[in-house]
Ligand binder design. Structure first.
Ligand code: GTP
Ligand code: MG
Length: 346
């Protein structure tokens, strides 16, 4: 499945049907009275988060969504049919913005959550509705109300518990492949990973969490260098970051700081997230070299890094346990559901 995490689409809710002006006409019945029915309601445009989707790719092929119009009311008190709703199926983690891309309309964070983005116009009242004791033959009905149209932006921010960050070639994808059933592309050149990947991790054969691997960051990513920082949005919701540093690089401390600077420049509180630092590729290093790199990394990170090898598996269980400890704590605190997903009403 192709990955797409942004889409701009145009939606329009249905117009309400007009009310009807009509009078009862039957042989031998005088003054039959008004019997114009009400118009039907226009259809709504609804967005719903569904299971089993992790891309907005469907919205590359279709960008216009129009709900059905309500039908007009008819004589003999017949109500017009309501217009059909249109439901946009989006992956969990989709945020919906106004056209400006800044004003958040809805944040769909749970399967099944839905929001009405554009409400259909109400149908007009038929003349039967306006019958009163003083006006027993009203000759007017209401028109249906028009639907609304708007342009919206969908932005997918994957929902993972932990996210792996680091320079290109740090071994992020190798790590994800080692601890989950995900099969990301791995190769010995920068920017092997072109879009985020998710994997489900088992720790000690029990509890699970979702781990995200994102494309590598380089200096100036926030200014668009390399693949830029646009994929950092996918770790915005993570509870913890795993910062992998390539031990075979020149200076592990400098590599660490480069990535930290990009996190700070990106904003969105990413720099304040709990982070576990790990020196990777220990299998390819001698004892002394490991000691030197650990010292550099400790000075830069102001905490002791774990020493691991994503290839041999050395130290990997420790990383998973450390991640899970932080995730569990955050899950406990978050037991009260956040209002972020509260339904938005136009
Ligand atoms: N010796 C050794 N090599 C490793 C280890 N982990 C990763 N590699 C190698 O490092 C290279 C890059 O690994 P990737 O997993 O593709 O790196 P990445 O961080 O995902 O890179 P990008 O996707 O480009 O950001 C590959 O050739 C891996 O085989 C390790 O623990 N030891
Ligand atoms: Mg990769």
């Amino acid at each position: 499945m192709k990955f797409l995490d942004e889409a701009k689409i145009y939606i329009r809710s249905g117009d309400g049907g007009n009310g009807c002006v009509s009078f009862r006409r039957e042989k031998f019945i005088e003054f039959g009275g008004p019997n114009g029915g009400d118009g039907g309601k226009g259809g709504d445009v609804i967005a719903q988060a569904v299971d089993g989707l992790n891309t907005l790719i469907d919205y590359r092929y279709q960008q216009h969504f129009t709900a059905g119009n309500g039908r007009a009311g008819m004589g003999k008190d017949r109500h017009g049919a309501n217009g059909g709703d249109v439901t946009l199926r989006v992956p969990v983690g989709t945020q919906i913005y106004e056209e400006d891309g800044v004003t958040l309309l809805a944040d769909l964070t749970a399967v099944g959550q839905s929001v009405v983005l554009a409400r259909g116009g109400n149908g007009g009242f038929g003349n039967a509705h306006f019958k009163t004791s003083t006006n027993r033959a009203p000759r007017h009905a209401n028109p249906g109300q028009p639907g609304t149209d708007l342009t919206i932006r969908l932005r997918l921010k994957l929902i993972a518990d932990a996210g792996i960050i680091g320079l290109p070639n740090a071994g992020k994808s190798t790590f994800l492949a080692a601890v989950s059933a995900a099969k990301p592309k791995i190769a010995d050149y920068p920017f092997t990973t072109l879009h985020p990947q998710l994997g489900v991790v088992d720790v000690d054969g029990r509890r699970e969490f979702v781990l995200a691997d994102i494309p590598g960051l380089i200096e100036g990513a926030h200014e668009g260098q390399g693949l830029g920082d646009r994929f950092l949005g996918h770790v915005e919701r993570c509870r913890v970051l795993l910062h992998l540093v390539d031990g075979t690089g020149e200076d592990a401390g400098a590599a660490y700081q480069t990535v930290r600077r990009e996190l700070s420049a990106y904003g969105h509180d990413l720099a304040d997230k709990p982070e576990i630092a790990a020196l990777n590729k220990a299998d390819a290093l001698g004892k002394d070299e490991i000691a030197r790199q650990v010292a550099r990394l400790r000075d830069a990170a102001k905490k002791s890094p774990l020493v691991i090898s994503a290839v041999s598996g050395q130290g990997v269980p420790d990383v998973l346990r450390a991640l899970l400890t932080i995730i569990d704590k955050a899950r406990e605190q978050a037991d009260t559901p956040s209002p972020a997903g509260a339904a938005w009403q136009p």
